[in-house]
Every structure is written in structure tokens, then in C-alpha cells.
Write a protein that binds this ligand. Structure first.
Ligand SMILES: Cc1cc2nc3c(=O)[nH]c(=O)nc-3n(C[C@H](O)[C@H](O)[C@H](O)COP(=O)(O)OP(=O)(O)OC[C@H]3O[C@@H](n4cnc5c(N)ncnc54)[C@H](O)[C@@H]3O)c2cc1C
Length: 475
């Protein structure tokens, strides 16, 4: 038996590495085990988010959006650029540099918090022992007072369109296309599909998105979803709803996709196909027999509200447990667990987790949609303010969309905030803070917002909820 730790974290993504750092800050002896391998075989901490998800996708979204604006919007500002060119290889180089700086930064943070990093596969054995298998196959067993499982998630595969690593790829593959496909198919018009479809559309691909559901973004407020769908279609994203894929095969370098919709059997030919139908928890070879940790029927590790598994002092956080698969949700769970282990007070407010879709316009929300509040039977009032009426949005030439507030009719409590428009992902932070403090619309109404800023749209939406908006007619 070798070294013992207070805490061993298995998984070094955005749920696991913050848990390790916080445990180290709490004065505990901590190790973090991670097995991520990049395409070149190198190991990196940071998990899906930093290596193949949030960060590289935002890097490409930014580059492609700048290109789009240079081509479509600069002339309106009086800026004329002749012969705008782009270089996909340079975009990837910039993206890789950002990813590398972020993932290497974790090692420096580990050093500061005295966390021992281990590259390799971790497996929980009974009795809170953890077996580490290094890349050379060497096995070591460590003892831990507490174990935190943060093994993340993996893309779901469609049986009718299996990944082939070249023409039919997952989201990671779609972040690495070396050239712009002339015709790109995307299965799934959810968050990841929309972001990836937007990147390649802006770079010139003809993009067809096949979504099995009839509703577009059913988890979002439907007024927001409608506005977004209109905008995306105008940008050239060919979003086909109610389109269920029944087969896909690669013939002479092209992908032939079969699907069915209300009109019957259809087919489509594309050069590349991205399958973005969701992710499932990843727990392969994570649990030896007899650990006491259980999985639910969908494969998530079963936990309580404080992320305790069924085994004493074994915790689980992030994408491998219930709740939205979001980096910031996993991070908060990791911090909560590390503080609970140290005997401190901690909790996660699952009612106030923001969601953001980094398309243009951006979409962001927190709390309940108008539909959810109405379905709950609670009487609500709604305030909407369009960016068209915002001086800052007009100055930015970015007037599409609106901010919407849903509040309780009886006690004025903010129940949900929904934004589609410029910088929605940044603006939503104010709403998250307001809801964390159980703010009312009156609180927002009485809060001074700088002029001219996009944030005034939230202020005006709060005023509109009581028909007291100033810069837009009240309805
Ligand atoms: C294209 C894309 C874009 C996204 N964009 C966003 C976004 O903008 N915002 C957002 O909030 N979320 C986004 N997400 C989701 C986000 O990436 C995940 O919610 C987040 O990474 C989950 O964190 P995690 O730590 O739970 O798991 P992961 O990030 O998956 O990390 C788990 C880590 O554990 C390792 N591991 C697993 N099992 C073992 C084992 N037995 N031993 C050792 N190591 C192990 C894995 O190799 C991995 O490194 C995006 C996802 C994708 C795919």
C-alpha cells in the first residue's frame, strides 16, 4: 500500500480540478487523477470543456463572427475593406494556443494549492481505495479519506449514423475540420449543434440541421426560441424540425443521410456530418465491484442534493451526475463538495443556474420560462424590452432580440430572465445575482443602470413588467 491522501479526485475537468484546488486551499492533502489524451497523445487537464468543448468552440465562434462582421457590417460603419480573406489553419492555431494556455494553467494552479497531479486512469475500489493505472500500465493503489468522482460525459452516438472519425464526426471532430466543408449536415439543433453549425456557416458552408423534435429549443422560453429560429434561418442555417435520421452512409467521399419528416422519407447529401444529439455520463472502468456507488437507469452516478453517493465519503460531481451538463454547474458542485469535506457550509442553488448559447444573437436565460410558470399555476407578469430601443445596441449595430422578465404576480419575485441579443451571456449575470438574492422586479427597477449600456434592456424589461417602461411603449 502506498501513499494516502485526504481527498482523491478522479477526473480533472471543470468539475474535478476546482474541487481539487478548493480542497487544497482547505488545507487537505489532495491528488487529482485524469486520463485525457489529446489527438497527439499528450496528456492535459481541463477535461472536455477546456480541450474539446467550451473553450475551443468559443475561440472558433469568435474568429468566425469577426469574419462575418467584417464582411456584412463594417461597410455600415463606414469601414471599407477590400478582398477580405480568412485562414482556417490560423484560426485553429489561435484556438490551440488558447486551449494550451488554459490547460497548462491548471498545473500551475495545482502547484499553488499543493495538489498532486496524476496522469492516468483512476478506478474506485471498495473501502475508498483508488487504483491508478499510468500510461505505461503501471498500477498503484492509494488510500483516501474522501474520493470525488468527476469523470464527465461523452458524446452520444446515433446507431443509424455511427461516427467514422472522418466524414461522420462528433463535436470534437467538428472543431478540427481543416477545411470548410462545402455542405455540412448537423444532426441535432441543440446548443452544441447550433454553435458548431454557426461557426462553419459563417465560414461559408451550406449548413443543414436535422432536428428530431418538432419544437425548436424546447428548454428555452418559446418567445426567445421563435426569435432565435427566425434569426438563424435568415443567416442561412437550414434548420429542419421534426426530421428523424434513419440512416447515414459514406459513398464516394460524400455522406448520404436518410431521414423522415411530416412529408415522408427524405434524403440529403453532405460532405461532412456532425452528430450532436447530446452527451451521456462517462463511467467506463470507473467503479470496481462492491464500492457501494450506484448508477441510475440513464447511467448517471446516483447522488443526493449535496453530491454524496451511496458509499460513505465518496462524492460525485459534474456531468456524471444529474442536472444540466454545464461546466459552471460542475464547478459549483466541486467547490461545494470540497468545502463540505472540510467541514464548511456549502450548497448549490440548482434553481439559479444560467444557460448560454454562444450564437449570434446570443441566447441566455436563468430560472423559469413563461410557459413553465404558467404550467405551475402561478400567476405571472411579463416585461419585454427590445434591443431595437436600446441606444447602445443601435450604436453597436446589433439591435436584434430582446430582454424578457417573468415575475410573480402576487409578490413580484423574479422567476425567470430570458435574453436573446447582443452579449446575452454577459448580461444574464445580473439576473443570476438578482435571483440568487431573491430580488423582485421592483429591486431591478430601483437599481441604477449606466447609460448607454445593453444592461438598460434588463432595467427597462423590469419596468415593462409593471407597464412603466420609459424607452418603449407599454402594452
Ligand atoms: C462542443 C462543446 C461545447 C461546450 N460548451 C459549453 C459552454 O460554453 N459552457 C458550458 O458550461 N458547458 C459547455 N459544454 C459542456 C461542458 O464541456 C461540460 O459540461 C463540462 O466539461 C463537464 O465537466 P466535467 O468536469 O463534469 O467533465 P469533463 O469535462 O468531461 O471532464 C472529465 C475528465 O475526467 C477524465 N476521466 C474520466 N474518467 C476517468 C477515469 N476513470 N480516470 C481518470 N480520468 C478520467 C476525462 O478524461 C476528462 O478529462 C460544452 C461541451 C461541448 C462538447
Amino acid at each position: 500500500m502506498s501513499e494516502a491522501f485526504d481527498v482523491i479526485v478522479i477526473g480533472g475537468g471543470p468539475a474535478g480540478y476546482p474541487a481539487a484546488i478548493r480542497a487544497g486551499q482547505n488545507g487537505l492533502k489532495v491528488a487529482c487523477i485524469d486520463e485525457w489524451r489529446n489527438r497527439d497523445g499528450s496528456h492535459a487537464f481541463g477535461g472536455t470543456c477546456l480541450n474539446a468543448g467550451c473553450i475551443p468552440s468559443k475561440a472558433l465562434l469568435e474568429s468566425s463572427e469577426l469574419l462575418h462582421r467584417a464582411r456584412e457590417e463594417f461597410a455600415t460603419h463606414g469601414i471599407r475593406l477590400a478582398g477580405i480573406e480568412f485562414d482556417v489553419a490560423q484560426m485553429h492555431k489561435r484556438k490551440s494556443g488558447i486551449v494550451k494556455a488554459s490547460t497548462q494553467g491548471i498545473l500551475a494552479l495545482f502547484k499553488g494549492a499543493k495538489v498532486t497531479p496524476f496522469a492516468g486512469h483512476g478506478r474506485l475500489l471498495p473501502g475508498r481505495k483508488v487504483e491508478l493505472t499510468a500510461s505505461d500500465g503501471a498500477r498503484t493503489v492509494y488510500e483516501a479519506r474522501h474520493v470525488v468522482l468527476a469523470s464527465g460525459s461523452t458524446p452520444m452516438e446515433l446507431r443509424s449514423a455511427p461516427f467514422d472519425g472522418g466524414s461522420i464526426v462528433d463535436s470534437w471532430g467538428a472543431l478540427d475540420f481543416e477545411t470548410v466543408p462545402r455542405r455540412l449536415g448537423v444532426i441535432g439543433a441543440g446548443v452544441i449543434g447550433l454553435e458548431l453549425g454557426s461557426v462553419w456557416r459563417r465560414l461559408g458552408a451550406e449548413v443543414v440541421m436535422l432536428e428530431a423534435l418538432e419544437a425548436f429549443l424546447p428548454m428555452a422560453d418559446q418567445q426567445v426560441a421563435k426569435e432565435a429560429l427566425r434569426a438563424f434561418r435568415k443567416q442561412g442555417l437550414d434548420i429542419r424540425l421534426g426530421a428523424k435520421v434513419t440512416g447515414a452512409s459514406v459513398v464516394a467521399g460524400a455522406v448520404s443521410v436518410q431521414y423522415s419528416d411530416a412529408a415522408g422519407a427524405q434524403s440529403l447529401e453532405v460532405d461532412r456530418l456532425v452528430v450532436a444529439i447530446g452527451r451521456r455520463p462517462f463511467t467506463a472502468e470507473l467503479l470496481a465491484d462492491g464500492t457501494g456507488v450506484t448508477l441510475d437507469e440513464r447511467g448517471f452516478i446516483t447522488v443526493d442534493a449535496e453530491c454524496r453517493t451511496g458509499a460513505e465519503n465518496v462524492w460525485a460531481v459534474g456531468d456524471c451526475v444529474r442536472g444540466p451538463m454545464l461546466a459552471h454547474k460542475g464547478k459549483e458542485e466541486g467547490l461545494m463538495v470540497a468545502d463540505l469535506i472540510a467541514g464548511r457550509y456549502a450548497e448549490v442553488n440548482y434553481k439559479v443556474i444560467p444557460s448560454v448559447i454562444y450564437t449570434a444573437p446570443e441566447i441566455a436565460w436563468v430560472g423559469q420560462t413563461e410557459e413553465q410558470v404558467k404550467a405551475s399555476g402561478r400567476a405571472c407578469k411579463v416585461g419585454v424590452f427590445p434591443f431595437l430601443a436600446s441606444g447602445r445596441a443601435r450604436a453597436m449595430e446589433s439591435t436584434l432580440g430582446f430582454a424578457k422578465i417573468v415575475a410573480a404576480q402576487d409578490d413580484d419575485e423574479l422567476l425567470g430572465v430570458h435574453i436573446v441579443g447582443p452579449m446575452a451571456g454577459e448580461l444574464i449575470a445580473e439576473a443570476v445575482l438578482a435571483m440568487e438574492y431573491s430580488a423582485s422586479t421592483e429591486d431591478l427597477q430601483r437599481t441604477i443602470h449606466a447609460h448607454p449600456t445593453l444592461s438598460e434592456a434588463l432595467h427597462e424589461a423590469a419596468l415593462a413588467a409593471d407597464k412603466r417602461a420609459i424607452d418603449f411603449p407599454n402594452r
